[in-house]
Design a protein around this ligand. Structure first.
Ligand SMILES: [Zn+2]
Ligand SMILES: [Zn+2]
Ligand SMILES: [Zn+2]
Length: 113
């Protein structure tokens, strides 16, 4: 893994959790071949463990020379009434968010036209 291809290592992304793609804003360009346009994702794996924690892992690599830029990790699990998301990637940054899984407001659902 390498520090030279990105502007900032592990930027704080607040609540933005990505399970695919790349944070191009933070990509400086490949330190090996200087190309900036061809970053790609490879070896994407989705795993679910016995506690129903879903983990998605993939690699950011240079599409031109194959230079390994960063490993991306995204986790998802349900904790009570909340869905918890976390992202951890040197390129895309760190973030965490939780979203309520409670049903929508019943008043909203009963509106009929
Ligand atoms: Zn690099
Ligand atoms: Zn390259
Ligand atoms: Zn990433």
């Amino acid at each position: 893994m390498c520090f030279d291809c990105m502007k900032q290592a592990f930027p704080n992304r607040g609540e933005t959790c990505l399970d695919s793609g790349s944070y191009l804003m933070n990509f400086q360009g490949c330190s090996e071949c200087q190309k900036k346009e061809q970053m790609k994702v490879q070896e994407r794996k989705v795993e679910t463990d016995e506690d129903d924690v879903e983990t998605i892992v993939y690699q950011h690599v240079c599409g031109n020379c194959g230079h390994f830029i960063a490993e991306h990790k995204y986790t998802f699990y349900v904790d009570g009434d909340y869905q918890e998301y976390e992202m951890y990637c040197r390129l895309c940054g760190r973030s965490a968010t939780s979203i309520s899984i409670m049903p929508m407001d019943p008043k909203m659902q009963s509106v009929q036209f």
